[in-house]
Write a protein that binds this ligand. Structure first.
Ligand SMILES: *Cc1c(COP(=O)(O)O)cnc(C)c1O
Length: 454
């Protein structure tokens, strides 16, 4: 009998996160101060982040202990199950073995609380009383609302205006968990007022919302800012996913040949991948393959430029070395809201640049088609973001059907799609338009990249 899922006991929940910075062949390029282009000093970040997170951001220690209070919250839904997609394999008639790590079981429904809980905890420990953040479709805002509630902090979420108007369910979740949710651009901040003055109908973007959330944090006492992806400490917290998956793959008696995941800012994929990629970096598994999956409408890793850019629209954040479509990028209205950021995590970008990780891009229609097949075989309705990883896994399995290879495929099922049914509705009724981000726009954004003043 084939096992369908591999479960760990609560006591087996990992006790430390894995820091891939310990095993990089060369160190990361440092974040730069946007005015001076000199490396940012840890003190420069203190108005925004608590000290422990700044320490984790630059740490090269291989293992960072997970505080007991954080493990206790994790135990509400972790360890999460690892599934073998036996029914999908049969449907595809593939000799490949497909595994997925199911992060949709957390209260907010995605991997995001793996870091929001840790971040809320460290802020609470350092006396912070309120956190600000941005959110696109609302997954991150709801994950931070959940976490701040558990540690007694207030939370203000700047939600991209179009999503606020079109996707009320996650706003409601945030409010249930006690957070305040403000549509962005808003009149709360200097930057929001400036954007609204130029264009009162501005639909908002993640870049604008980040600028507002940071401004709110730095202009108010006992308030700090929290980011749900991209940064090293976020990827670090997400490694809990890969550390569990590694033990579960051992239980299954398999080791992945290829690891796949969707990428918005890079956190869920890196979280699954890095503990395995350690084996490639240290020469134990040189043949391990890894591919990230992104929308063709926001092709950061497949069409972006590897350079220093701002993380937000206003240019408040440090410059990060990453693949970018330019901080002036205005995302096309695709349904995978969580995959519309102009940049990606510097760690994942560096590993992509150096050839350890590949990247693939898909159109939204083919992505939903694969996810529908998955829903019919496995039952779970995944988030539109997750559907990109499903598409890549299905493609890989079909390739194995042709070649007869018994490849072991592992992907991260980052979240469920039960609050994204409007997007699903559009998809199954043929109302989604495929959009490929044009090369001219990439080149235009290139001309608007920040440059050092000489
Ligand atoms: C936010 C989100 C993503 C994209 O963010 P990453 O940082 O790239 O992981 C992917 N899937 C789900 C379900 C999300 O909520």
């Amino acid at each position: 009998m084939e096992r369908l899922k591999y479960l760990l006991d609560e006591e087996e929940l990992p006790r430390a996160w894995y820091n891939i910075q310990a095993d990089l062949p060369t160190p990361l390029d440092p974040p730069l101060h946007p005015a001076t282009w000199q490396p940012v000093k840890p003190e420069d970040l203190e108005p925004i982040f608590p000290r422990e997170l700044i320490r984790q951001e630059v740490s090269r220690e291989r293992w960072i202990p997970i505080p007991e209070e954080v493990r206790e919250v994790y135990r509400l839904w972790r360890p999460t199950p690892l599934y073998r997609a036996v029914r999908l394999e049969r449907l595809l008639k593939t000799p490949a073995r497909i595994y997925y790590k199911w992060e949709g079981v957390s209260p907010p429904g995605s991997h995001k609380p793996n870091t929001s809980v840790a971040q809320a905890y460290y802020n609470m420990k350092e006396g912070v009383e309120r956190l600000t953040t941005e959110t696109g479709a609302g997954q991150w805002g709801s994950a931070l609302a959940f976490a701040t509630m558990l540690f007694g902090l207030k939370c203000t979420v700047y939600m991209v205006r179009v999503s606020y108007d079109q996707k009320p369910y996650r706003r409601i979740l945030m409010e249930i968990w006690g957070a305040e949710c403000v549509p962005s651009p808003s009149s709360r901040t200097e930057y929001g007022r400036r954007v609204l003055k130029e264009d009162p109908q501005n639909p908002g973007s993640l870049g604008i919302a980040i600028s507002e959330a940071i401004e709110d944090a730095v202009t108010h006492p006992h308030t700090k800012y929290s980011l749900g992806s991209v940064l090293n400490h976020v990827l670090l917290h997400q490694t809990i996913v890969g550390l569990e998956a590694k033990r579960q793959m051992e239980m299954a008696g398999d080791y992945p040949d290829v690891i796949l995941g969707c990428v918005g800012g890079g956190s869920n994929y890196s979280g699954l991948l890095f503990p395995f990629l350690a084996d490639k970096l240290t020469g134990k598994k040189p043949e391990l393959q890894a591919f990230s999956c992104e929308p063709k409408a926001c092709p950061t890793l497949t069409k972006g430029i590897y350079t220093y850019d701002h993380g937000d629209s206003a240019g408040l954040t440090p410059l990060l070395k990453m693949y970018t479509l330019g901080h002036t990028f205005v995302p096309p209205p695709i349904h995978a809201g969580g995959l519309r950021y102009h940049g990606d995590a510097p760690l994942l970008c560096k590993l992509t640049r150096e050839g350890y990780v590949g990247a693939r891009a898909y159109h939204q229609n083919e992505v939903f088609e694969a996810a529908r097949l998955f829903a019919r075989a496995e039952g779970f309705v995944v988030a539109p973001e997750t559907a990109h990883a499903v598409k890549a896994a299905v493609d890989e399995a079909l390739r194995c059907r042709e070649t007869g290879e018994e490849k072991v495929i592992l992907f991260n099922a980052s979240g469920h799609g039960m609050l994204d049914l409007a997007a699903w509705d559009a998809a199954i009724h043929g109302k989604l338009v495929d959009f490929e981000y044009p090369q001219e726009l990439v080149e235009k954004a290139l001309r608007e990249l920040p440059r050092p003043r000489s």
